[in-house]
Design a protein around this ligand. Structure first.
Ligand SMILES: NC(=O)c1ccc[n+]([C@@H]2O[C@H](COP(=O)([O-])OP(=O)(O)OC[C@H]3O[C@@H](n4cnc5c(N)ncnc54)[C@H](OP(=O)(O)O)[C@@H]3O)[C@@H](O)[C@H]2O)c1
Length: 216
């Protein structure tokens, strides 16, 4: 599949690398084509990897991953071009973390709204699926080293067909326990998990951990 990965941070690089290793064609997008980290990633990833502006990336992908800083996602999608995203699944991995007052960050949106819902409202003709935001980047692409891969990844989104496509990709990436929470409104829950995620990281001294929903 042709996949556009919007974002050049740890998440963008990790997901893009995994998708190339699985045989997908991947373009990484950034504010300006030729961004240093994107160019370095293309050189490392090799065949099937390319880079360009957010707009070029959005036009390229049959499916998009949104992996930019949370507080700027609406600007990023504007730059990507709403017409380039129309009708496509968009996997939203972002968190609404506001570091302006230092660490730990606060949530820039919560309780009555979420970034996932804001993205879906901005892009009514795009099929937004929120997932993977509740784990560290390395665990997103390599679930096995944490507990043998036996942990839970959540899905939120309004479009069942898009969720099925994303579920297929998650299985390809090595995830085994996928829990569909329901519509995009359920993104509030997974985004508001972040304050707890940060405290668990502090207590354990590592970001390589995960949650497992044990059904009764
Ligand atoms: N790091 C993790 O392990 C982790 C885990 C779960 C979820 N997340 C979430 O995943 C997302 C990506 O995290 P990350 O750590 O990989 O990267 P990040 O540092 O949060 O974001 C990097 C990306 O944001 C873009 N960006 C930054 N400021 C911008 C602005 N003013 N306008 C437009 N674009 C801007 C950058 O664009 P350029 O490429 O042009 O520089 C770059 O592509 C975040 O929302 C984060 O909360 C991260």
């Amino acid at each position: 599949m042709k996949v556009g990965v919007l974002g050049t941070g740890m998440v963008g690089v990790t997901i893009a690398s995994k998708l190339v290793s699985l045989g997908h064609e991947v373009m990484m997008g950034s504010r300006v084509a030729g961004q240093e980290k994107a160019v370095a990633w293309v050189a490392r990833a090799g065949k099937g990897a390319s880079e360009g502006s957010f707009a070029a990336c959005a036009a390229f992908g049959e499916l998009l991953f949104l992996c930019t800083q949370g507080t700027v996602v609406l600007d990023v999608l504007g730059a990507a071009g709403l017409e380039n995203l129309r009708g496509k699944p968009l996997v939203d991995v972002t968190n609404p973390l506001d570091f302006s007052a230092g660490f730990p960050p606060t949530l820039s949106v919560k309780d009555t709204d979420s970034l996932g819902e804001q993205v879906q409202r901005l892009l009514p003709d795009t099929k937004v699926v929120k997932t993977l935001n509740t784990m560290n980047a390395s665990v997103m692409a390599h679930p096995e080293p944490v507990g043998g891969g036996d942990h839970t990844v959540f899905l939120s989104g309004d479009n069942p067909t898009a969720k099925a496509v994303v579920e297929g990709l998650l299985l390809e990436m090595g995830h085994t326990d996928i829990l569909d929470l329901g519509g995009i409104e359920t993104a509030r829950g997974v985004e508001m998990y972040l304050p707890l995620w940060l405290r668990v990281m502090g207590a354990l001294g590592t970001a390589d951990f995960q949650v497992k929903v044990v059904r009764g």
